[in-house]
Design a protein around this ligand. Sequence first.
Ligand code: 13P
Length: 256
Amino acid sequence: MRKKFIGGNWKMNKTVVEAQTLARRLADRLSDVGFADIAIFPPFVDLYPVNIILREKESKIILGAQNMHPEPNGAYTAEISADMVLSTGAKMVVLGHSERRHIFLETDSYINRKVKKALDSGLLPLLCIGELLDERNAGKTEQVLSKQLNGSLKDVKLNSADDIIIAYEPVWAIGTGVTATPEQAQEAHKFVRKVISEMFGEDIAKNLRIIYGGSVKPANAKELLSQLDIDGAFVGGASLDADSFESIIRDSDISI
Ligand code: 13P
C-alpha cells in the first residue's frame, strides 16, 4: 500500500513572519496525522525560519524547496544549490514545476541535471510533469508525459520507489479553478505508472507515489484521492490557508 503524500506548494507567497505563522498553525493542527506524509514548500527565504518552527513543534511535516540549481556552487547569481537547500533543514525539492518550464523556460535536460544532483545530495525530488491544454486537445497528452519522463529521468538511478515522487499537474488545471476529472487524472496516472515501469521496472512502478496537482481544493480532493493510481495531492492556492489545506489532508485518510 502506498502511503498518501500531500504537498503544499506556496509558490511566491508568504513573507518570513507569514510563513512562520502558517507553519505554526499547520504543525499544531496536524500533529495527529499518521495516515499521510505532509510536506510544505515555502519560498527559499522562508525555509530556515519555517524549519525553526517545525523543530520547535517537533512536527513531522516535511520541509522542501521549490527549486534548486544543478551546480554545487559558483557564479550563478540568485541561484540556490542543493547543499544550501539542505542547510536550511529542507529534505525535498520540487523540480520541473510547470511554472519553471513555461515561464522560466526550463527544459527536460536541465531538469534532468537537477534530478541527478538532488539524488546525489540526498534531497528527495518531487518531479512535476504535465501537458498544456493545446496538447491535450490535440490528443498528445501521453506523448508529452512520456517525453517529459524520459527526458527528466534520463540515466537516473533509482534504488527504490522512495527515491522520488512524481506529480502529474496538467498545466490547464493549475491555478485556473478547472480540475481534471477524477477519470482524466486516473487515466494519466495509470499511464505515468506504465512509463515508470518500462523505465525502472515493475517493482519501483508499483510502489512509487504519483500525486495529482491542479486546482485541488476541499470540494474535490476526496474524489481525486480515492482513484486507484492517485497517491496524493500537490496543492497550490488551497495550501496557503490552514483550514483548506487541513481539510484536503484529512480527505486523504482512506480509512474513513
Ligand atoms: P493550484 O492548486 O493553485 O492550482 O496549483 C497547483 C500547483 O501548481 C501545485 O504545484
